[in-house]
Structures are given as C-alpha cells and as structure tokens.
Design a protein around this ligand. Sequence first.
Ligand code: 3EB
Length: 375
Amino acid sequence: MVATSPLQLLVLPASQLAAQPAAWLRNVLGVACFGSALPQALAGLDLPLAQVQVQALRQGTALSEVWSEVWIADAPLRAGVHGRLHWRCNEAVLFGVLTLAVDEPETQYAPEVDASLLCESAAKALPPHTSRPSSPLRRTTELAYDELFAAIETLGFPHLLRVWNHIPDINRESAGLEHYRQFNIGRQDAFLAHGRHVSGASVPSASALGAAGGAPLVVYFIAGRRPPVAIENPRQLSAYHYPADYGPRAPTFSRANLACIAGQSALFISGTASIVGHQTLHHGDVAEQTREILRNIEAVLRQAGTQGGKGLTLQDLHYKVYVRHAADQPAIQAELQQVVDDEVRALYLQADVCRVDLLVEIEAVALPTAQEFAC
Ligand code: 3EB
C-alpha cells in the first residue's frame, strides 16, 4: 500500500473536479479555483470554494480554462457555514473560505494618512488608526479576519496554519494608500482585537496577491487544533518586523510553519519573493528574482530542518507561482526546472504581487508521508 498523507493536494482543471463522483467529493476538504467563469457544476456542490479572479498560465499565455487546487482529507468530514464563512473539517483540520465584496463608495471615508511619511509632531497629532474612519478595503479586511477568528475559535480550530489572501487591485492606491498597505492595517487590527500576537511564533504562514479590480476580497485558510512551529528565514527580516517604508503596519505572517495534522507533519512555506533583509533585489530581472526566491526557499528548508522538518528538499514541494507579467512565465519555469529535478509540481497564476518591484512570488507546501515525519 502506498502511504498517503492525512492532508493531500491535487491540482486539476475545474471541469475535471466537477465531473468527480459524489463518493470522491466526500474527501474534499476545500477548493480554490483560479479563473473567471466557474463551471456551473462546481457552484452547485456543497464545498468551501474560494473563487479567485486570477488566471492560470501555460507557455506565457493566460488560459481560459479554470484551474483548481483541491485539498483532500480523511472522511468523515463535517461542513457548515458560520456567518459568511464556509468551512469543512475532520477531527484534525479545517478549511475555510471568506468572500467579501469591497463595494462601498470610497469618497465618504477619510484618507488613510501614512503616518510614517509625516514629521514626528504631525504624526503625534494624528489619532490612532482605529479611531479614524477607515477605507472600504481596510474595513472589509478587518471584518474578514474578525469573522475568521470568531469562526475558528467557535469551531475548535483556533490555530491558523496557512492563509491565502487575494486583494482586488492590490497595487492600486485609494484613499491615499496602496491597497496592500490598507489590507495590512485591517489584518493587524483584527489580530489585535482577538488578542492574538502580531509577531513571533503564533503568526500564520500566508500569501497575499492581487485579483482583478472590482473582484471581492477572498481569504481562504487551513486551521488546526494544535499550534504549528513557526519558521523564519535567516536571509530575510521577519515580515512582521518590516520598517514603515513598506506601510504603516507590518504584514502579519511567518515565512513558513510546520503543522502536525493527524499525526503527520505538513510544511507550509509562505509566498516567497526576491527579498533579502527587507529589500527587493534584482529589479526588472525575472530570472534573477526567481533564483533569489529559490535560495530563500532553500534557506527556509534548512531552517525547517532544525525544527522538525529534517531532510525536506526542493524536490518534495508542491509549488504555486504567481507571475506579474504572463510573458515572464516561461523564464520562471526554466529556472525552477534547473533546481528541481524530476517533474516539478507547479501551478502558474497571473497575479500582481504586493510590491510593485516584485515580478514573481513562489509559495510551496510539503506533505511528507514518510515515517520520520510522523508527529
Ligand atoms: C514578502 O516577503 C512578500 O502579506 O501575507 C509574501 C507572503 C508577501 C505573504 C502577506 C506578503 C504576504 O514580503 C510578500
């Protein structure tokens, strides 16, 4: 018998997923779909389904076909809706999705003044962020995370392991602040409001990418019963310690974490960019950025090796690659194939990345089945 992990990941066209028999779908924990026109047959299934308005890429071209990332777990699964959050879980792990429209008119809100750009006395005169009216995206983000925390606490999966965030028009500025920076304020406020730390070992692994303008904010995640082991990258400043040059609030995520799910380890590596220290390297050079990312991922794997993930290599990972310009995709793929022998398991998506100078971001997950990763 081939050993299988209690959590598995499949990447396949959404049409193929929709064609699966009901018995097969009973093991589906949750799904993320990438594309614009979701197959009708999928919408009818009672599954937590993140519908993300970004397109899959092949040979430098956006595909019209919708692709899906399918998380599989051991049945029996329970399913439900908690407020606006759709979830499925078994005894060990919960998958949840929140899809929130960001549709209020922006003009009725005060601008998000970036206090880091003001002189000290002017910054002091500003009321704290929480007491000023906030922009629609910031408020929607705070609501999303507020609902997320309320749900996972109630459902008994209080430990956030892995979060994916898709922010409409992530690099666009509105109310005087870039969307990603607004998102970071809302996310951090919700963490604080729920008594959670915004730095250190308990922040989740994450990715934050763009989606089409006018799309909803989509947050999907995996949560667990037990706290994961957070992993940082010695080559990079922890993101939660980024200086204010990157926004008034630092992002709330760890570089990776090792989770114990039903007795087996899973390594979740956050979206990783061509950043060393806190600075973007290789402006305008997508091949160099990709190589830097792979060095960062290797550094995370080495670090994981000292914290319970010993022996995991680039070969063991499933990758998701976010590409700013579709035409760069073949160059990125070529770099990935240089360092990962065998067939690379990778899904390429066209998405904007959270800094305008980043051309590519790569996330990864290892779901090892070997006995040495029992936990
Ligand atoms: C970086 O290293 C790149 O805000 O949740 C990567 C992964 C990035 C997650 C997030 C942002 C996030 O800063 C950007």
